[in-house]
Ligand binder design. Structure first.
Ligand SMILES: NC(=O)c1ccc[n+]([C@@H]2O[C@H](COP(=O)([O-])OP(=O)(O)OC[C@H]3O[C@@H](n4cnc5c(N)ncnc54)[C@H](OP(=O)(O)O)[C@@H]3O)[C@@H](O)[C@H]2O)c1
Length: 247
């Protein structure tokens, strides 16, 4: 049973309450929520994957976050590591989304500079909606041509993918509720660009060890962004935080 520590209601947090806690604010611009899980020692992976870090409560919240989003955005490194084949939401979520004015399945967008994505791999072959690949004008032409057969490929920068251009593209497509599921390079990059509105971070009661990355990499300390804790839930010694930008 998930309970709330902040605010300290003491009451069980059921499915409907999760929807209220994680509802996107009304906004007329793309709003970027990142979702990560980390071990108590800061590791963002165990054995190269995030899957071993989350418990049942984390999985339920993960599903609610996907249910509420217009688009699931993810870096190519996460696709290559974790697969992402098939449906991202279940039948119940599809019905809920339709009843609540959303597309049955969230859009799926990938950030990749190299376009090193297999057009016949699980992710692109099994995608429930035509994926959007966000790249730069410098991307290799042959890979672009191959991927254009199975996905929309859009330039969002000259040499690298610029976070503001990504958000402008998602806004143009009518996808303001952005759920970014990582990975660490994308969070580092969006932080540097001032493009992170929220962080949902689950902290697992686990000393994972190993040499897995933190949830954000590739930034300098001057890019630090202050956060405010909006919600803190718990179940089975795991903590589920919801931080918002302090400003
Ligand atoms: N704990 C968690 O919740 C969690 C969540 C997600 C991922 N992970 C883990 O994180 C690891 C992957 O880490 P990662 O940092 O490689 O993943 P990532 O951030 O998903 O992907 C990095 C890749 O995204 C592309 N990219 C990001 N920013 C770019 C930019 N500005 N311009 C052009 N391309 C850009 C590049 O793709 P190209 O190389 O194609 O150019 C880059 O190599 C995996 O082990 C995964 O399991 C953990």
């Amino acid at each position: 049973m998930i309970t709330s520590l902040i605010p300290p209601t003491g009451a069980a947090v059921d499915h409907d309450a999760l929807h209220r806690i994680y509802a996107y604010p009304a906004t007329n611009r793309p709003y970027v929520r990142f979702n990560f899980v980390a071990a108590a020692d800061g590791a963002a992976t165990s054995g190269g994957f995030s899957a071993g870090l989350g418990n049942d409560g984390d999985k339920r919240i993960f599903a609610v976050l996907r249910r509420l989003a217009d688009v699931v955005l993810v870096g190519a490194g996460t696709i290559r590591a974790e697969g992402y084949g098939g449906e991202l939401v279940d039948d119940d979520a599809r019905s809920w989304r339709r009843a609540n004015g959303l597309a049955a399945h969230p859009a799926v967008a990938v950030i990749s500079g190299s376009l090193d994505l297999d057009p016949s791999g699980d992710f692109l072959r099994e995608a429930p909606v035509r994926p959007l690949i966000l790249t730069s004008a410098a991307a290799p032409a042959d890979r672009r041509a191959a991927l254009e057969r199975v996905a929309d490929v859009v330039d969002c920068g000259a040499d690298t993918v610029d976070a503001p251009a990504v958000l402008a593209e998602l806004g143009r497509r009518g996808l303001p509720k952005v759920l970014c599921e990582g990975g660490p390079a994308v969070l580092g990059d969006f932080t540097r660009s001032g493009a992170v509105d929220e962080l949902c971070l689950s902290i697992s009661p686990l000393l994972a060890g190993g040499d897995g990355p933190r949830i954000a990499v590739g930034r300098s300390p001057e890019d630090a962004v202050g956060l405010t804790l909006s919600s803190l839930l718990t179940e089975d010694s795991a903590l589920y935080t919801l931080y918002r930008r302090a400003d």
